[in-house]
Design a protein. Sequence first.
Length: 166
Amino acid sequence: MIFDALWTNFFNKQHLNIRDYLKKVPVFNDINDRDLKRIERYVIRRKFLTNEYIFRETEPGAGMYIIISGEVKIQLESGKQVKELACLKEGDFFGEMALLDESPRSASALAVSDTVELISFFRGDLLKVIEEYPNIACKILWNIGSVISERLRKNNELLHMCQKNN
């Protein structure tokens, strides 16, 4: 029986140890294998094709993504103008702020290689983890705060350097 590869990968986790990818992402720091196995049942694996949007700027945030393979551009889109903010590769993650609120996305994420494979973890699933495993959820939320804090600190440093140079 042949299935569309896009949908087959939504449910097929047998060839990938998702826990190994979760361990590499700071959002899941200090979470043991037993607890990562609990989280693993909430994540979804999916493939995107070249030039397919993972999400667009101004859409409501739904969750975060971890890149298994391929490249993803994070970009600002204003009319016909596109400004690339980052090009992310295997092991990188993005969209973690959407785990905390459903504010509109501040940028777009676009698959730029032949096939981009991602693991996604959505806000609704984090809410389930909060209900079922509050200790695990506390670690995740603490880690999200640390990631956002570090990114904000680096952005502030960049802004400060830009102001000095002008």
